[in-house]
Design a protein around this ligand. Structure first.
Ligand code: ADP
Ligand code: MG
Length: 416
């Protein structure tokens, strides 16, 4: 009976730690560093509690579910947080003493390395593949732990212990990932819903106001320029008029973004050469890149996709502009394209300031901008709408201080 209690406590502790972590993840104002602290404390507690309440399957053999929390941290937290948790397990087990203390010392570094190798594959996959990957990894971990127990204690392992050790760990892992992925997808749906509502409001406003403002703005700009050219103007007046023109240009740029957005469904569908359009976008953005000491490298393959060429060009310009703006001290942007299973992947990589996971989920939300006063927060919204209209998808990998990698994936129309 005591063992069942302990088993339920282990399971309960893991489920509670997952719920607690999700609660913090949904908080919009939490920084990624704070989130890592929360993960460390939550999983740390769950590991300690699991170790305090081990359960007995057969006489002389006890175990707990500490490895589940450790493996979860390896895939859902920063590698440093996961490594710190590994050290925590090894230290606590060493304090407890006995020959069994060698097991985490042997297993954890190998498991950690394996998890880090599998992390990119895991991140690329969806829920069911993730469950399969982690269940298999848990199975391997169980086998390794059992072999260690056998070698260290030189004692045959009871069959029911071996079976229950493996089955309980694998089932515990399946339940844990299912819970995490379920809450994550719910959170994603909620974020999308909020975004869609905001987008709808913006789109109505955009359509009705933008046109009305653009025309008077264009004529005013013309008149200001005429005054600028009139003779006998003082330098100071010229400077003021120059600022007026610049501000009008900024207003026009914002309206341009609104209009691109308000008319997302392309009227004219063209067959677009990705190589030509990317080269054109690089050409348009080159002066801005030069001004910011940014070098753009490209390695492009020739493929064709379907969509509105000018909107697609605008989306690429917006992406490149963001990468340039993310590197205020200058740097390098790498633009590559290649085909993979009937899709063309356009990769735009920069070594800029990067984004936190929270900022990544907010990308494409109207008015979301970290460029106080300088950004419109509409560029990525346009990018998402245009790529969606072309039946494409965007994947964003970003790490603060390291850089951002944007993968625009579009169905190939025709390959030359
Ligand atoms: P804006 O550029 O006007 O701020 P966007 O919609 O283009 O609006 O981008 C929204 C926000 O996303 C930016 O303010 C910036 O914080 C972030 N962002 C977009 N692309 C990148 C990037 N390549 N590197 C870092 N941050 C980026
Ligand atoms: Mg932008």
């Amino acid at each position: 009976m005591g063992s069942i209690h302990s088993f339920l406590i282990n399971l309960f502790v893991i489920v509670i730690s997952i719920l607690f972590m999700q609660f913090w993840m949904n908080k919009r104002d939490i920084s990624s560093r704070q989130y890592e602290y929360v993960v460390f404390v939550t999983f740390g507690f769950s590991i300690i509690l699991c170790m305090l309440f081990p359960f007995k399957i057969s006489e002389g053999f006890i175990f707990d579910l500490r490895f589940i929390s450790f493996i979860l941290a390896c895939f859902y937290a920063h590698p440093i947080t996961a490594a710190a948790l590994g050290v925590l397990v090894a230290v606590i087990r060493s304090i407890h003493g006995g020959d069994g203390a060698w097991i985490p010392i042997i297993i954890l570094p190998i498991l950690f390395t394996l998890c880090m190798e599998l992390r990119p594959v895991f991140n690329r996959n969806k829920m069911y593949s993730r469950i399969a990957i982690l269940s298999f990894l848990t199975f391997l971990t169980c086998i390794a732990v059992l072999v260690c127990i056998y070698v260290i204690f030189q004692h045959p392992l009871p069959r029911e212990f071996v079976y229950s050790f493996i089955i309980i760990h694998v089932l515990g892992m399946i339940l844990s990932i299912y819970l995490i992925e379920f809450f994550r997808s719910q959170n994603l749906i909620l974020t999308r819903l909020i975004r869609m509502e905001k987008v709808e409001v913006v789109s109505h406003l955009a359509a009705s106001i933008s046109h009305e403002i653009r025309n008077p703005l264009t004529s005013s700009r013309g008149f200001v320029q005429m005054v600028q050219e009139s003779p006998g103007l003082q330098d100071k007046d010229k400077e003021f008029l120059n600022i007026a023109v610049q501000e009008m240009d900024r207003a026009t740029a914002i309206i341009h973004d609104y209009l691109t957005f308000a008319k997302p469904a392309p009227d004219k569908i063209d067959t677009i050469s990705t190589k030509e359009t990317i080269e054109k976008a690089i050409g348009v953005i080159q002066p801005l890149a030069n001004m910011n000491n940014v070098i753009i490298h490209s390695r492009l393959s020739t493929h064709h996709v379907e969509g509105n060429q000018s909107l697609f060009l605008q989306a690429l310009i917006n992406l490149l502009k963001n990468s340039i703006e993310a590197m205020p001290q200058g740097g390098e942007i790498r633009v590559t394209s290649h085909a993979e299973s009937k899709k063309v992947h356009i990769l735009i990589e920069d070594d800029g300031i990067g984004m936190t996971p929270l900022q990544v989920t907010r990308l494409g939300e109207p008015y979301f901008s970290t460029k106080e006063g300088k950004g419109t927060g509409l560029g990525m919204m346009v990018v998402f709408r245009v790529i969606e209209a072309m039946n494409g998808a965007i994947q964003i990998d970003s790490e603060p201080g390291i850089g951002t990698k944007i993968n625009v994936c579009l169905p190939i129309f025709k390959t030359c």
